[in-house]
Design a protein around this ligand. Sequence first.
Ligand SMILES: [Fe+2]
Ligand SMILES: [Fe+2]
Length: 375
Amino acid sequence: MTDQMRPTIDIIGREEINDLEAIMSVINTDTDERLHSVHSVYDTVFTWDYEKGQRPKLDKLYEKAKKAQWNGQTDLPWETEVDQEKVVAANAVANGGFHEGIDISGTSIASWGDKEWLQFGVESQNWTLSQFMHGEQGALVCTAKIVESVPWIDAKYYAATQVVDEARHVEVFSKYLDEKLSGHYPINAHLRLLLDEIIADKRWDMTYLGMQIMVEGLALAAFGFMHQMTTEPLLKQLLRYVMSDESRHVAFGVLSLQEYYTELSAAEIRERQEFAFEAAIRMRDRFLQQEVWDRMGANPKEIVPLLMQVPERQVFQTLLFSKIVPNCKKLGLLDAADGWLRTKFTEMGAIAFEDWADTGEEYETMQVTGSEAVA
Ligand SMILES: [Fe+2]
Ligand SMILES: [Fe+2]
């Protein structure tokens, strides 16, 4: 490690990445908040160089995106009846039960029966979809900012299509929550911290790194996981459509930063490594679902440490990084500064994915075809 790297506590606010006490002390105390403002001072950049296709890969992505638009109101089978409790129970059966093998004897949830676990599953789904929705709004806002701040015409064109994609994603998750599920959750405090930091940074490439590489890289993995696990056909199709868009978004990040990072100094790359690490930690922290335990009347500080020891849980947590780590490697972020980020991802148990396929080209095979669209 080079001595210029900031210490962990300066980057994520705690010394130990697994300090559960510190993680769980970050909570959203503003749950009645209606509007949330983040101040940002940055340059809006005009370019007078309108020559289309100077960056052929971005141009190709833009042409693809124009043809891949879908309508969230009419292209999904909203008439599908969803009995949330039934779905939650069926998902639990299909995926090995609620308890995930936790030994809960002697805890405040030791007396929970089927009813409580079912309710927990319902709340957990409400929470998960709510956080997806909030994250999608983060993507909407960040990408609009990229339209303004990126200096390349091909990137402005492409980002404009992504803005429409993200509006549609917020719309479909919100509609699904309202019409098919049973309640919203406010934004998770770890997720809000991250979105605030991304949007407050004035450097245009940091918006890409925070959103397209980190948040959307994780979303692509999480949506894929849920798409595979869910037994509910409407949600399955919704996720499939959203994933086809997300794969383009992550490719947009990889292709743009790959070019830009070649111009950066070692010190500048180091700042990007630190930002990637911070984002990874915030996203991992949010998956503890503290608010769900709270709402169920259980003490998260008692339950979460048990949950963390379950092997399936650990596998899930690390799988979330299966897109991020190869993309960071492709961008040169893993190995710069004597492999500082590699060490961090190793501590987080996520380094095993480094040689998985990066997401620069994956979108080509992720598009929804005509036959799938009507399936
Ligand atoms: Fe999205
Ligand atoms: Fe996206």
